[in-house]
Ligand binder design. Sequence first.
Ligand code: NAD
Length: 314
Amino acid sequence: MKAVVTGAAGFIGSHLCEKLLSKGFEVVGVDCFTEYYSKDIKKSNLKELNKNKNFGFVQGNLNKIDLKSILSDADYVFHLAAQAGVRSSWGRDFNIYTDNNILAVANLLESLKSSKKLKKLVFASSSSVYGDTTDLPVKETTPTKPVSPYGVTKLAGENLLFSYGANYKLPYVALRFFTVFGPRQRPDMGFNIFITKMLSGKTLPVFSSGKSTRDFTYVADIVDGCLLAAKSNVTGEIINIGGGHRINLLDVIRMLEKITGIKAKLELFKAQNGDVAHTWSDISKAKKLLGYKPKITLEYGLEKEVEWLKKGEK
Ligand code: NAD
């Protein structure tokens, strides 16, 4: 079985490739090492993968390479490549988001629409499509009202999938990930920033005065959700993949203090544009359709992320 993973050098993509290889897949990863964060980090994410003879890597931008030849014999495609990050999606950089999160999806779908081999396209969408909802825990039927340009582009990606599904019977599942954490977490993400600053004795910037809550999902659980979606008979569905519980940021920091033995110094800020007050996934659809069940607790997952950052494997 051949699987293609776009965004393979990224945080989640690199974990997904490793899992697929461990399950006996032949995996082709595609990534162009965008400038969003250090290329060295992305290259290091590929270190283990490059040792595996069943892993092939194509360095290239989805909007520029010959996707058809890469995808023509793929049984499964996992589309994770994107410009991530809510706060940087305002202003001049929005074209980076439209290129990587909308145009790239359209190009991928064009190259897949007549594939005879494709069993499933799994798309990494985001809880950001819900916006600042108060309908918590949020179900897939809750109206989508993204409050960031990033969220708008992820929703556009979902809608493109729907169009190609409707017109070409392209088999897909869109998974709405809720804040993902664990080893290799992107350097712009909250836990990575908190832990790095704590370990070096620096002050932690805490937005929304720490009162906002998030549903955090360990990366191995996200990867499980992707595999379950690929292997299931489900198609044309949008499904939340979250941890299924929520916690406020001050409580996370207390947990990190316990794990590291370091007292955190905090600087409180108000919420930034695009930030939502709360996220909390209702994962009953994922449980029912995919048999998804998150296994890793927040405390255990944070220990793993702290261990990884202490080793400085970047
Ligand atoms: P990441 O930035 O670490 O990985 C994305 C990878 O895609 C990067 O390595 C980048 O170089 C690559 N890429 C971007 N545009 C490309 C293009 N046009 N051609 C080729 N490669 C390209 O991000 P991540 O945190 O691993 O997120 C993976 C996916 O999950 C993204 O689609 C993101 O929107 C989604 N998601 C992530 C989270 C989270 O908490 N990390 C939450 C919700 C959704």
